[in-house]
Design a protein around this ligand. Structure first.
Ligand SMILES: O=C(O)CCC(=O)C(=O)O
Length: 320
């Protein structure tokens, strides 16, 4: 873990960190059209899946409706407001279970921005940075991960058309960027955090691990939307990571990139080898989103040593 300092029994605080170099998230000048499905999962075409394989991502606009989004926000408010006692209790186990995160389904946890130290428990929800493995604790969040239409789409992305493969949640991890203080998540590949094999999927993607990032509030360049490097999941493959501001790709290796602005209810699906990062949120609008990673049920695990062999030896015991 990079820079954690304070710890109460249920939560950790992240200290302020240096801002990223100014040009790190500058948009590419020759940006093509995004690979985006216009109107929910039902409007997806095979060409969207083909482009997912080639470009490493696809955005589904209006994947979830405003009622679902509000329900998700209410759940986040309850978890972040420390009102879900079962989740609070489970967070107490975090310190013991941290090393399990890379193997999937680690313990629930929450983490706050440094300024939350001035607020009592239950009154610092507006400064929450991270919720981890929340998916079994709020029915309103299960509704997202168990959406039948979304699962069908995910099966296709991972396993090709007509797939009946069973998928499971490897982890749920939401980075919630509070207004003014939401920190950067530096450039990285999610696979650099996961002890699972890099095995070509039947759809043609380089791994069988799929990230899903669902916007619950508008995500813009100003408040820290996702930024990606399309195609790099294949052209660069696994990239060495370093422990700098976080477990990350070297800043100087990152060229101008593609920002993916999203409305509430839009969902971004991306390969675990797609480099992505999010700049700090210095705006006055919060940017809440939830995230899941899905893998084929029963997927084999690799060792920490195997992962570090591929992604670099500085990555021991890292987490987002
Ligand atoms: O939501 C964000 O700001 C970034 C999320 C992310 O990249 C991650 O958790 O791997």
């Amino acid at each position: 873990m990079a820079t954690e300092v304070g710890t109460t029994n249920q939560s950790t605080y992240m200290p302020s960190i240096p801002l990223p170099p100014e040009s790190l998230y500058s948009p590419a000048k020759t940006e093509g059209a995004l690979n985006e499905v216009e109107n929910g999962f039902e409007s997806a075409e095979p060409s969207h899946v083909d482009r997912f394989v080639d470009d490493g991502y696809v955005v589904v606009r209006r994947a979830f409706n405003s009622v679902q989004v509000q329900c998700g926000l209410d759940c986040i408010d309850r978890l972040a407001g420390e009102q879900n006692e079962a989740f609070n209790r489970a967070c107490d186990a975090m310190a013991k279970c941290k090393p399990l995160m890379a193997f999937g389904r680690g313990e629930p946890a929450m983490q706050f921005e440094e300024s939350a130290q001035d607020f009592p428990k239950g009154e610092r929800a507006h400064l929450i940075r991270k919720l981890q493995n929340y998916h079994d604790y709020e029915d309103g969040l299960k509704m997202f991960s168990e959406s039948a239409t979304m699962k069908k789409f995910c099966r296709e992305l991972i396993d090709g058309p007509e797939s009946d493969i069973k998928l499971e949640i490897f982890q749920s991890l939401a980075l919630l960027k509070p207004a003014k203080v939401g920190r950067e998540k530096p450039w990285h590949q999610d696979h650099a955090y996961f002890n699972v094999p890099i095995k070509k999927s039947r759809s043609g993607a380089p791994t069988e691990v799929l990230g899903i990032w669902i916007a619950l509030e508008e995500a813009t360049v100003e408040n820290g939307c996702m930024h990606i490097l399309p195609g790099w999941h294949v052209s660069k493959g696994p990239i060495i990571h370093f422990q700098r501001r976080d477990w990350q790709i070297c800043d100087t290796d990152v060229p101008p990139c593609v920002p993916v602005e999203m409305k509430p209810g839009d969902a971004l699906f991306f390969s675990s080898l797609l480099p992505h990062g999010t700049p700090p949120n210095l705006s006055n609008k919060s940017r809440r989103a939830i995230q899941y990673h899905l893998v084929p049920k029963g997927m084999e695990r690799t060792s920490e040593a195997d992962r570090l062999e591929v992604f670099g030896s500085e990555g021991k015991s890292v987490e987002c």
